[in-house]
Design a binder for this molecule. Structure first.
Ligand code: ADP
Ligand code: NI
Length: 217
């Protein structure tokens, strides 16, 4: 089995499947997740092929891009069985993608280091400068506002209070999810990478509220 051939075939398949999605699941998201997963896999001495395949394919099964979650997973399974012969590899990759697709709903924790790595890499792409870009791209694609305080903001210390008045806005998503991702990292290197990205989001939010509140004038 020529691993690099299978990877390049998979790249083509993922590009076709995700194409020009503008809700944060474009080809370049999968490519970044694959690169980050490879970097973590090297340090963790994990199976790089499993990490690469799972990272490339993880969003092909997304229910937002398929009639159902099951149909999406079936599509990935069909692809894998027609390109790999090792059943263990197939079920390992499927397990990672399945667990990731349910993880939003409090699913099972990842049981293998390869799964933990791909999950970390996906979460890392949701934070930092790229994470910020993706939140606003997603919100725009869903016709959601940047921010709406609901009440006239008074001072910086009321940030916690603001979010109660900004459900469904891009800024609210930081408090709802993105600022929590750092604590969910599985691997040591993933946690280390999350640190700088997390700090960058805090700096961004500070500046955002400062400008919003005329604090820079
Ligand atoms: P993935 O499966 O790659 O982790 P998601 O489907 O959870 O991604 O989200 C794709 C992108 O859209 C992420 O960057 C995420 O932060 C952003 N996103 C998801 N839900 C929201 C939301 N309610 N408001 C703003 N951005 C969101
Ligand atoms: Ni993803």
């Amino acid at each position: 089995m020529d691993k690099s051939y299978i990877i390049s075939q998979t790249e083509t398949f993922v590009k076709e499947q995700l194409g020009h999605d503008t809700t944060g699941h474009d080809w370049w998201h999968s490519d970044r997740v694959r690169n980050t997963a490879s970097a973590i896999a090297e340090i963790e001495k994990a199976d790089a092929f499993i990490c690469t395949m799972a990272a490339l394919l993880h969003d092909v099964a997304d229910e937002k891009l398929n009639p159902s979650k099951e149909a999406g997973l079936q599509k990935v399974h069909t692809w894998l069985t027609s390109h790999l012969t090792d059943q263990e590899q197939i079920s390992h990759i499927m397990m990672i993608i399945e667990t990731m697709s349910y993880s939003g709903g409090g699913g099972e924790p990842m049981s293998t280091v390869e799964g933990q790595i791909v999950q970390d890499a996906d979460r890392l792409d949701a934070i930092g400068a790229i994470g910020i870009a993706r939140v606003f791209a997603f919100s725009g694609a869903k016709d959601r506002p940047i921010y709406d305080p609901g009440l006239p903001p008074r001072d910086e210390s009321l940030k916690e209070e603001y979010r109660n008045y900004s459900k469904g806005t891009a800024i609210n998503h930081f408090y709802e999810k993105l600022l929590k991702l750092k604590t969910l990292m599985n691997t040591t290197y993933g946690r280390q990478l999350a640190e700088e990205r997390h700090e960058f989001m805090l700096t961004f939010l500070d500046q955002f509220f400062k400008e919003w509140n005329q604090g820079d004038k």
